[in-house]
Design a protein around this ligand. Structure first.
Ligand code: ASP
Length: 585
């Protein structure tokens, strides 16, 4: 093998006349009779190499047989390209290498898909041959962005006194919300470890141990059902700080986020980041992760529908609308499609009217007399050529359904500029959600989140109205991080467990070590975790979480490349004392 003297992205005009060696993959082959052009590729770039039957010392027939993805090592001389052949899109586009001799290091089997064209195969096939798909420019770029993001996170946090500490992957099952992945213990028959849903308990305990600024880039595991943008194992930037309140978390994490976006994308994010309360976010955007790159705000129009002859909304708790400028162009068919869309969000239907000659027309316009039309036009600023979409129902239906419609319309109309990044803190979440099925409260964030100081009294009298000290960092309609100031008093922690329907016994059994640790001098503390994969998606502009993970699972939690999960031998099961029931149910 001619060991490489340069990479395939390195040669420039300055190297002309030098004898060099390159190693790489055949990206493309072009045969021109007695001259063969190959783009040789490695992760640094591509270089055009030329085999000319007159100058080439080896077997020209063997060169003719080369195909895409064969691995070569070549020796040759750098020469300038003839004028018309210069390729300004290639960093090596001014030169080419006249090959003197070549060694075929590895011949490829017939390829299952064309590496230069990801779209040439369905995703399942690409995932089965993930090592081939990882050769594509797009995934090489994504993985490098991911690498640089790790480095940016580590350098920023380390420079700011955060200590990187690993926490165990085999831990005790401590339900935090999602279902745990379990690992049976061989040594302790009948006992199980759980894979961490997050290092939540460990990082709080590290605060009690005095490591007042902790971070970790860590794998987390949640055994949740099918969801397109979720992975059963995913990565978090996990952070915890002592002697802090919300402001300290915000300023440190804004610093981190600004640093990442500057380093990776040369983008200057605002300083400080804007904030919105959970209630306002829902009222204005219909979402707790609003995309603030465009307007399309939700308007309350109940007073107008109440005055109309349209009766369906009279008993509705909430009636809200969004106005789409220029939306009168929407055909009946498009509106029907949007109606089906909002039904997925539990809305019973989607009513509408269009602005025309200073009045409203179509849809439910006939139920609004002239005065009322003019009041509604005035209040919502509908212009001729606009459309107003209205939904009336329970507030918990209206806001999310219109919020989803807002995002869908923005997508259709191309309102979200992919080059703009709009961070936004969402604050003042409710502490609890009521689970109608289980007939009990569940924690909106997790059971270790502190209630607002002013609301502690209400924990017993009116839990539904208690706000928490939780916060989310959102960007462009995605939640990129979430966290909270924690409870550091064992009494309040026990009270919250009992509100969540955990008996003292259960709580002791599940989280006793944390509650005990809280009794030995716990500093006030709080933290946050960033969804690392989501962050890299935003940085790379990808819209598929699998595109930023080297070896992802499918939406049904399968790894198509190595066929995990899979059966194990009966000997392995015996050692664990486990017997598989013939049918799961
Ligand atoms: N452990 C939390 C989570 O994974 C984040 C936090 O509260 O720091 O969502």
């Amino acid at each position: 093998m001619y060991k490489r003297t340069h990479t395939c992205g390195e040669l420039r005009k300055d190297h002309i006349d030098e004898t060099i060696h390159l190693n790489g993959w055949v990206n493309t082959v072009r045969l021109h009779g007695q001259v063969i052009f190959i783009d040789l590729r490695d992760r640094y770039g591509k270089t055009q190499i030329v085999f000319n039957s007159e100058d080439y010392n080896g077997d020209f027939v063997a060169v003719k047989k080369l195909s895409m993805e064969d691995v070569l090592s070549i020796k040759g001389t750098v020469q300038s390209r003839s004028e018309g052949a210069v390729n300004p899109d290639m960093s090596t586009g001014e030169i080419e290498v006249a090959v003197d001799s070549m060694e075929l290091l590895s011949e490829t089997a017939p390829l299952p898909f064309v590496i230069t064209d990801r779209e040439s195969a369905l995703e399942d096939l690409r995932l089965k041959y993930r090592y081939l798909e990882l050769r594509t420019d797009e995934l090489q770029k994504n993985i490098l962005t991911r690498h640089k993001t790790y480095q940016a996170v580590r350098s920023y946090l380390s420079d700011n006194n955060f200590v990187e500490i690993e926490t165990p992957t085999l831990m005790k099952s401590t339900p935090e919300g999602a279902r745990d992945f379990l690992v049976p213990s061989r040594i302790h028959h009948g006992k199980f470890y759980a894979l961490p849903q997050s290092p939540q308990l460990y990082k709080q305990i590290l605060m009690i141990s005095g490591f007042d600024r902790y971070f970790q880039i860590v794998k987390c595991f949640r055994d949740e059902d099918f969801r397109a943008d979720r992975q059963p194992e995913f990565t978090q930037i996990d952070v915890e700080m002592s002697f802090v309140d919300e402001e300290d978390i915000y300023s440190n994490m804004e610093g981190l986020t600004r640093h990442i976006f500057k380093e990776l994308n040369d983008v200057d994010l605002p300083d400080p980041f804007p904030r919105i309360t959970y209630a306002d976010a829902l009222a204005k955007y219909g979402s707790d992760k609003p995309d603030t790159r465009y307007e399309l705000f939700l308007n309350d129009v109940k007073e107008f529908t109440d005055r109309s002859e349209f009766n369906a909304f009279k008993s509705a708790e909430s009636v809200k609308a969004i106005v789409l400028p220029g939306g009168a162009k929407y055909s009946r068919k498009i509106i029907d499609g949007l109606t089906d869309f909002v039904k997925k969000y539990k809305a019973k239907g989607l009513t509408w009217m269009k602005g025309e000659n200073g009045k409203l027309s179509g849809g439910i316009a006939k139920f609004f007399d002239e005065n009322l039309q003019s009041d509604l036009i005035h209040a919502t600023e509908i212009k001729d050529g606009d459309i107003i979409f209205i939904i009336g129902d329970e507030k918990t239906v209206v806001e999310p359904a219109l919020g989803a419609l807002r995002v869908e319309i923005a997508k259709r109309e191309g309102l979200a500029d992919p080059n703009i990044y709009k961070p936004l803190w969402v604050t003042s979440f409710p502490m609890f959600e009521y689970d109608e099925v289980e007939n009990r409260y569940t924690a909106m964030h997790h059971p270790f989140t502190a209630p607002h100081q002013d609301d502690i009294e209400k924990l017993e009298t009116d839990p539904a109205s208690v706000l928490s000290r939780g916060y989310d960092l959102t960007m462009n309609g995605h939640e990129i991080a979430g966290g909270s100031i924690r409870i550091h008093s064992p009494e309040i922690q026990n009270k919250v467990f009992s509100l969540l329907g955990l008996s003292l016994e259960d709580a002791k059994e599940k989280f006793g070590f944390l509650v005990e640790a809280l009794t030995y001098g716990a500093p006030p503390h709080g933290g946050i975790a960033f969804g690392f994969d989501r962050l890299v998606m935003i940085l790379t502009g990808s819209n598929n979480i699998r595109d930023v993970i080297a070896f992802p699972k499918t939406t049904s939690a399968v790894s198509l490349m190595d066929d995990a999960p899979n059966t194990v031998s009966s000997q392995q099961l015996n050692e664990l004392g486990i017997q598989i029931k013939p049918d799961k149910n």
